[in-house]
Design a protein around this ligand. Structure first.
Ligand code: PHE
Length: 452
């Protein structure tokens, strides 16, 4: 293994480690929990099509811009932008990213906590002999209770903080590298089982056959939010990770590979869920609990389902961890580099603050079920604020910054690794980040919130 970044700053080491860590950030609950439930609520195939176009035309350019900024400046998101554009207001992107990181950590840890509880349920054989209705009730009473969801949320946040304290190389890289390929295999086996259930075809039709009457400005904004959330873009997580990349990383290839892996996992999750939803006679718009209500049915109808259930929820928890560390790292890198805090202290402060907001979020269906803001409960409000507002706006500012503020030569240097690699599709990239992405994000955003 090459030893890169011998200086004070911690960095990633092997090539596979880099792609795996960035993919570890991208692949998580966003693909397996959020994607199916949002597709289900947004009417299926047409949403998928809009989502895929956003990934290609907006998502990959934003991701690549983040890598360019991060690796050029070798600093946390705020510090990176400040060092490229001193004395300007551009570093506000970094501040928005910090806010987004807290908001996302709060609700992400709620769902990750549910996932940990489902690890426990699968080990204790808690789904055994329960029919679809019973599994729905099981989930419903769990999510609205005030004890177990909070307990597991705290376990998850503490695990995240523990890995962060262990440091970048030892922590992040080691875990993501070994485990992600297993998750892929497991998803494929779930797809095979779901597809061979009677009535499965209706699920495929729902997922892949576009019905454009389902499209409206809110659905389009939600597809944009889903694309940003799933790719981990718009809040500086990938600026921060990019800052740990060595000089030799091929940034464009990494952005392509990570996005491809991310989309693949999301679609596989869809193919595992929707056929089962229709085969079981359930509704696709079951909301935030969709995978927790549907998948235990599938496990029960599989040979070795007991083990598959455990492996699935364990791997999903780990996928969630490799994402949540990238979210927490945004805040920790900021606090350590801008305020000279020790890594440990910065992590503990972040942990406490995230846990505080997280509690309200987790109690959205129980203690605080009556709290509603513009028709959304606390959880949905946080999710909407992050995915549909902060990430798209962050993405917009990031492409504007890269496309219009940064010098072309600087971008070229990063894309070619100081002239070592050939420059491919440079004009296409510049056109996307200067014109297509900013205009599209602005229009979708203003339309989606009803201002246009
Ligand atoms: N992309 C992650 C997921 O899909 C979530 C995430 C969002 C991570 C934003 C970092 C930044 O689960």
């Amino acid at each position: 293994m090459e030893q890169i970044n011998p200086g004070k700053r911690d960095g990633f080491t092997s090539k596979f480690g880099i792609v795996a860590a960035a993919a570890g950030s991208a692949i998580g609950l966003g693909n397996i929990w959020r994607f199916p439930y949002v597709v289900g609520e947004s009417g299926g195939g047409a949403f998928l099509l809009v989502y895929l176009s956003f990934i290609l035309l907006l998502g990959i350019p934003v991701m690549l811009s983040e890598f360019i900024i991060g690796r050029k400046a070798k600093k946390n998101a705020y510090g990176a932008i400040k060092s490229i554009a001193p004395g300007t207001w551009w570093p506000v992107i970094g501040i928005m990213g910090i806010v987004a990181a807290f908001v996302i950590l709060a609700f992400y840890s709620t769902i990750a906590g549910w996932t940990l509880h489902y690890v426990y349920l699968s080990i204790s054989n808690g789904f055994k002999g329960q029919d679809a209705q019973a599994l729905e009730n099981l989930f419903g009473s769990f999510m609205s209770s005030a004890t177990m969801p909070l307990f597991w949320q705290m376990v998850f946040l503490i695990l995240t903080a523990g890995i962060i304290i262990a440091g970048v190389k030892k922590g992040i890289e080691k875990y993501s590298k070994i485990l992600m390929p297993f998750l892929l295999l497991l998803l494929i086996s779930l797809c095979i089982r779901a597809l061979t259930l009677p009535g499965a075809m209706d699920g495929l039709v729902f997922l892949f056959k576009p019905d454009f009457s389902m499209i409206n400005p809110q659905v389009i904004l939600s597809a944009l939010g889903q694309a940003a959330f799933s790719l981990s873009i718009g809040m500086g997580a990938l600026i921060t990770y990019g800052s740990y990349f060595p000089k030799s990383t091929n940034l464009s290839n990494t952005a392509f590979e990570v996005s491809l892996a991310d989309v693949l996992i999301a679609i596989l999750a869809g193919v595992a869920i929707f056929p089962a939803v229709f085969a079981l006679g359930m509704q696709p718009d079951g909301g935030v609990g969709l995978i927790f209500m549907v998948l235990p049915n599938v496990f029960q109808q599989m040979p070795g389902g007991y083990i598959v259930a455990i492996a699935f929820f364990v791997l999903l928890s780990i996928a969630a961890l490799t994402s949540s560390i990238s979210i927490m790292e945004v805040v920790v890198a900021f606090l350590t580099e801008e305020f000279n805090l020790k890594r440990k202290h910065a992590t503990v402060i972040t942990l406490i603050a995230a846990a505080f907001v997280g509690v309200f979020c987790t109690l959205s269906w129980g203690t605080f079920e009556h709290v509603s803001i513009a028709g959304r409960n606390i959880f949905d409000t946080l999710d909407f604020t992050a995915s549909s507002i902060l990430l798209p706006l962050g993405g917009l500012l990031i492409v504007l910054f890269t496309g219009w503020y940064m010098v072309k030569g600087e971008i070229e240097e990063e894309l070619t690794n100081q002239g070592v690699l050939k420059l491919k599709l440079f004009r296409v990239f510049m056109f996307l980040i200067r014109f297509v992405a900013p205009v599209a994000i602005a229009v979708v955003f203003l339309n989606g919130i009803g201002l246009f």
